[in-house]
Ligand binder design. Structure first.
Ligand code: PHE
Length: 446
């Protein structure tokens, strides 16, 4: 390999890029959907607990592995522990990345197409039946959603081809602040709707008697998906990190911002759903069917709608970049190819894999796997099973193979101190593996 490894330009650039990876469809599409399906506030409560106990500790661990190994996610494990096949974690990560991006790009493509639909005034006077009709005739069209999906993949690959500094960091630092502004605008609009308060309470008030294993498993998958954990994205971004960065502090900042945006999205969507007397448990189409109604019923709805989906597409793009980057960084090193060629091959694979997901909303809607349409099956397989499974293996690697003592040496450089190292190592060695194994085994068996 030629030259030293690329590095982030600045700490802000790294944080923005990683926040950009974390914040995406997971926060704005998947989170409100999961809250709606699981009956409100209890989900948020469990979600918060899992972020604290599993999410942040694992993010610290993944960044540390990445910075230590200074390589793609297959080689980092080989470099840290050459003698055993822990690098298979990396292979699992690359495969999971391809699967996630395949359906992620389908939904991001819908989002792109909604910018166009709103701008052309399609939803201006939409009522429930009409919004549903517009959505379902679009997603069941044989090639139109594929076109938007392909467009999204091309945008993603174009940025990844430009490399770390010029592409990813630049895109994230300019796009993320724009997103924050747009979200606050929408928050104001949603909370001032009549009847929004009912939804607000429904979302925020935890009913602890409603806790069950399904909700815990759902929240766990959501934490992994939303924080980009278990897939190598955080490890890869950590590998471009410089030695004097404070990893624990960065992990805390990144996770808090991600949580903040998910809650913000919940605060925008759930109260609006109640204000318009819609069904919170609609599932994946929730924002695509109900939000147009919301926007149609408010002044300047076309503009708000187009802005919202622009925002969602931007957020999805910065996340998709991080997923593709994992695959590309690995392909590039392992197959000794240029960044460009690796990006094109990976993008092509993602598109092919995504075709059945896209078609599962139309021509292939009868084709079920374990009772799920293809798109929901791959979502379940990756978020609820593969990501936590890789997380479990990573925790075992950090806690028992590489050991927290060696992580500490990597973390505490250039005057950085990790005060919570003791509780962190207990969490990594015992709590995290046991909790993950328990939730995975009992959840999947149930
Ligand atoms: N975290 C991203 C989101 O919430 C999705 C993602 C998953 C990105 C896994 C990278 C790795 O949209």
């Amino acid at each position: 390999m030629a030259g030293p490894r690329e590095k982030w330009n600045s700490r802000l650039g790294f944080i923005m890029a990683t926040v950009g990876s974390a914040i995406g469809l997971g926060n704005i599409w998947r989170f409100p959907t999961a809250v709606g399906q699981s009956g409100g506030g209890v989900f948020l409560f469990i979600y918060l607990l899992i972020i604290l106990i599993i999410g942040i500790p694992l993010m610290i661990g993944e960044l540390t592995i990445g910075r230590r190994g200074q390589s793609n996610i297959v080689n980092v494990f080989k470099k840290i522990k050459p003698t055993r096949p822990w690098w298979l974690i990396g292979v699992l990560g690359v495969v999971t990345g391809l699967i996630i991006l395949s359906f992620y790009s389908v939904i991001a493509g819908w989002s792109l197409s909604y910018i166009y639909k709103f701008s052309s005034g399609l939803f201006r006077t939409a009522e429930a039946a009409q919004a549903e009709e517009i959505f379902s005739s679009f997603v069941s069209h044989p090639w139109l959603p594929l076109f938007w999906q392909m467009l999204f993949i091309i945008l993603t690959a174009a940025i990844v081809i430009k490399g770390i500094r010029r592409g990813i960091e630049k895109a994230s630092t300019t796009l993320m602040p724009l997103m924050f502004i747009l979200l606050f605008l929408l928050l104001f609009r949603s909370l001032t709707l009549e009847g929004a308060v009912t939804g607000l309470w429904w979302f925020l008030k935890p009913d602890l008697s409603a806790v069950n294993l399904g909700i815990i498993l759902g929240a766990l998958g959501q934490v992994f998906f939303s924080l980009s954990l278990g897939m190598g994205a955080i490890i890869t971004y950590g590998s471009y990190l410089s030695r004097d960065d404070n990893i624990p502090e960065s992990s805390f900042i990144i996770s808090s911002l991600d949580l903040g945006i998910a809650v913000l999205a919940g605060l925008i969507i759930i109260p609006a759903v109640f204000a318009f007397d819609l069904e919170p448990g609609t599932g994946p189409p929730l924002i695509f069917i109900t939000l147009p109604l919301v926007f149609a019923a408010i002044p300047a709805g076309d503009l708000f709608g187009a802005l919202f989906f622009l925002l969602l597409s931007i957020a999805a793009l910065t996340s998709a970049i991080s997923i593709l980057e994992v695959v590309v960084a690995t392909f590039k090193d392992i197959f000794q190819q240029t960044r460009k060629k690796s990006s094109v091959i990976a993008a092509f694979l993602v598109f092919l894999l995504g075709v059945p997901s896209s078609l599962s909303m139309g021509i292939l809607d009868d084709f079920l796997l374990l009772g799920f349409p293809f798109l929901e099956f791959v979502d379940f397989l990756s978020a609820i099973i593969l990501l936590p499974l890789i997380g479990l293996l990573t925790a075992l690697f950090l806690g028992w193979v590489w050991t927290p003592e060696k992580s500490l040496v990597e973390i505490e450089q250039h005057g950085v101190r990790f005060k919570l190292w003791k509780p962190w190592s207990v969490i990594l060695k015992y709590i995290l593996p046991l909790a993950l194994a328990y939730i995975l085994i009992s959840g999947i068996a149930a």
